[in-house]
Design a protein around this ligand. Structure first.
Ligand SMILES: *Cc1c(COP(=O)(O)O)cnc(C)c1O
Length: 725
């Protein structure tokens, strides 16, 4: 059958459609859309780091139209465009039914960082990744939602390891033209410019819009020619500079963000502060109300009624505190616009308002000026109520008004193509268990189905998916990770011009039990804990019949030398100890590396010093790939673990002394490894299948995957906090 060539109009339409899709991050969680961009230039896709906008610059308009003359390719593009239009136009979302009022008066979600995709590196870690996943699920649910953050033109740092195995940082300038963002324009079609008072100055900022499915995120950018250089550089780097830079960034985010929303005519029904960085937004809301005639107390009450706050860490350093001199300096001009004495404003950031020595704490401001506050796991809720009890001296500690909503992940954004294709095939293909009609694939709402607990329940059924199929999937995913790691390590070595290492194919073993660890190298996460019993671990790794191996990655904060020493120690072990070949450290941890690791590893290791891991989310990305968690019972894992769906290190408790904790946890870790994990993984039957291991994988898929999603989390936020005054 020959197909008619496409008309010029059809070609224009498809090409314009692809350009539109590239500028909406929806494609980052749609497999078919990614494959279309990848196919346009497979090498470019790799070299440009999976950047759809850059691919469409790489491929000329002329080439694109020539390629679209291939009827099969054109058909696939057409289907992607249809899926996109169907997604954007869907009127039957959860929020249409349950949160209609938020559609005209949206949630305004403020976060100093957002992790959407590896091509837009404006997140430093889990907080930003969570904000990105929150936004994607808000879009999926059809929630009225706008995000506010900053456009850091050098993003977060890139990590390179130097010949001494020491982390060095470098920055690359992001080019908005090559990113999925567009300038917000005014009526004259020029960049919209707003102002915020910082110090004695009026600082101008422009704005970039990022389309995240149906949601919009606005990134404020002070790099304007009318600003002095040091103000232009406020939005240079994520958490860059000293505390002066920090407070000024936070003024821009909080106060500038509210100004922008007003300029755009958006009237949020609720302001959600994702961490204390955004808490200055409350002062702008106060100012507005007082400018309209309200007195101070009245303005406070009304501001409180509009705001909610999520706290994300029990680690002290995670709570910004500024001296009153610095606040005075940075707010000098702004505060004259509020007809209340400066001393009254300072009290809003102090636990003891009378203590003039107490610094101004952003978390305190956020707690005092929100109608509701929450932590990000059950245990973190308890810890936070203790931590902030002094703010509520007349309440017993369990009545401190900080609740909790446990974090989640945006499932489709994290599920690797390989796993996604395999599962989707199960829904469309033939299997002995008939797929319930509401779960049958073939139409466009696979995205809804993948969140459905009923779908994941099917994973318990060997008639639906056999042990053999699951084990084959595990093999493919592990191999993909190992090949990725080898390629990365080759590049790392070439750059260091260090050639005295073992051969490429000796690096990692595709049959070995693979344990992954990747996170920020904050010392409380105790990356080297597993190597405390080095000789024992070496023996396990080099076992001829039941070997284990480790893949590590993670960045230390640029000023955290202790964290950098941990990295150095681990890389040193990987190069010079008997773990060589059985341990690798991958440079420059980011969302792409994360996706490779949580899918390819068999075991996802998490060793925080309890209770400092408020939630943790990387382990939630593992389950849908059949990777099992091995974790301290902290954060989310304390809620997720049920004895059958992964592995726990130690008890639901912890000793007070740090030394005891490290010793006990390290011993427990070794015990689980040798007594449970290794025997289970290598217990193969006559067909060569580890049945018991696969049973755990099934349990993880059924019990964890649909529960720890941002779809569930955003619904909880909506019902508990966004809709209730
Ligand atoms: C998921 C993720 C995190 C957060 O993981 P934790 O378990 O909270 O440490 C941090 N960074 C990246 C790149 C991630 O993908």
């Amino acid at each position: 059958m020959t197909k008619k060539p496409l008309t010029r109009e059809e070609l224009d339409e498809l090409s314009a459609g692809l350009n539109k899709v590239a500028r909406n991050l929806w494609w980052t969680w749609d497999q078919e859309a990614q494959e279309v961009f990848q196919e346009l230039s497979p090498r470019g896709w790799q070299n440009l780091y999976h950047n759809a906008v850059a691919i469409l610059h790489e491929v000329s308009e002329y080439e694109l139209k020539v390629r679209l003359q291939n009827p099969d390719f054109a058909e696939r593009v057409r289907q992607v465009l249809q899926a996109f239009d169907a997604y954007m136009g869907n009127r039957h979302t959860w929020a249409h039914e349950h949160a209609a009022s938020l559609r005209s008066n949206p949630v305004a979600y403020f976060s100093a960082e957002f992790g959407f995709h590896e091509t837009l590196p404006i997140a430093a870690g889990g907080l930003g990744i969570l904000a990105g996943d929150h936004t994607k699920s808000a879009s999926d649910l059809g929630l009225g939602f706008v995000g506010i953050s900053l456009f850091y033109r050098e993003g977060y740092f890139q990590q390179a390891i130097d010949p001494n195995n020491w982390q060095t940082e470098y920055y690359t300038l992001l080019n908005p033209k090559n990113l999925p963002m567009e300038p917000v324009l005014n009526k004259q079609n020029e960049p919209l410019v707003c102002h915020v008072e910082i110090g004695m100055n009026q600082v101008a900022f422009q704005v970039w819009q990022v389309n995240v499915g149906r949601a919009k995120v606005y990134l404020l950018d002070s790099n304007r020619p009318e600003n002095e250089q040091h103000f232009r550089d406020l939005t240079l780097r994520v958490y860059g500079g000293d505390s002066t830079t920090r407070i000024m960034q936070e003024i821009l985010l909080g106060i500038g963000g509210v100004r922008l929303l007003r300029t755009l005519g958006i009237q949020p029904s609720v302001f959600h502060m994702n961490e204390g960085h955004a808490a200055f937004l409350t002062l702008e809301l106060l100012r507005e109300k007082m400018a309209a005639g309200a007195n101070f107390q009245d303005a406070i009450n009304r501001t409180r009624a509009e705001c909610i706050f999520t706290t994300h860490t029990p680690v002290e350093a995670g709570h910004d505190r500024f001296s009153s001199d610095l606040v005075d300096y940075a707010m000098h001009r702004f505060r004259t616009g509020i007809s209340a004495p400066f001393s009254e404003l300072m009290k809003l950031g102090r636990i003891n308002p009378q203590n003039q020595q107490e610094p101004f704490c952003m978390t305190v401001l956020a707690l005092k000026l929100s109608r509701a506050a929450n932590a990000v796991s059950e245990l973190h809720g308890r810890v936070s109520r203790h931590m902030w009890h002094s703010l509520y001296p007349d309440k017993p500690v369990d009545k401190v008004p900080i609740g909790h909503i446990t974090n989640g992940v945006h499932l489709l954004g994290w599920m690797k193509g390989t796993a996604r294709r395999a599962l989707r095939r199960k829904l469309t293909g033939r299997s002995a268990t008939p797929v319930p009609p509401n779960l049958r694939a073939g139409n466009l709402d696979w995205e809804a189905r993948v969140q459905d607990p009923e779908f994941w329940k099917l994973m318990a059924d060997p008639e639906f998916v056999s042990d053999e199929e699951l084990w084959a999937l595990r093999y493919i995913l592990r191999r993909e990770l190992i090949e990725f790691a080898r390629r990365r390590l080759l590049i790392q070595r070439q750059r260091l011009a260090q050639g005295d290492f073992i051969a490429f194919d000796q690096l990692l073993n595709p049959d070995a039990l693979t344990i992954g660890f990747a996170r920020r190298f904050a010392t409380y996460k105790r990356a080297p804990l597993v190597f405390q019993q080095l000789e024992n671990i070496v023996r396990l790794a080099r076992d001829k019949t039941r070997p284990i191996q480790f893949v590590f990655a993670g960045k230390a904060h640029p000023r955290d030398d202790d964290g950098k020493r941990y990295i150095q120690h681990i890389i040193h072990l990987s190069k010079y100890s008997n773990l060589q070949g059985h341990l690798v450290f991958l440079e420059n941890y980011d969302m792409h590396v994360a996706r490779q690791m949580v899918s390819g590893c068999d075991v996802w290791l998490n060793t925080p010093r309890r209770p400092l891991e408020a939630s943790g989310t990387s382990g939630m990305k593992a389950g849908c790939h059949g990777c099992l968690n091995l974790s301290i019972l902290d954060g989310w894992w304390r809620e997720g673990y049920d004895g059958t769906n992964g592995f726990a290190i130690g008890e639901d408790a912890h000793p007070d002394s740090v030394e005891a904790q490290d010793r006990i946890d390290s011993a427990n870790l070794y015990n689980v490894l040798t007594q449970e994990i290794i025997p289970l993984f290598y217990a193969r039957d006559a067909q060569g299948i580890p049945r018991q291991w696969i049973q755990r994988i099934r349990r993880a898929m059924v019990t964890l995957v649909p529960r720890f999603t941002t779809a569930r989390m955003v619904q909880e936020y909506t019902e508990k906090y966004y809709l209730t005054k």
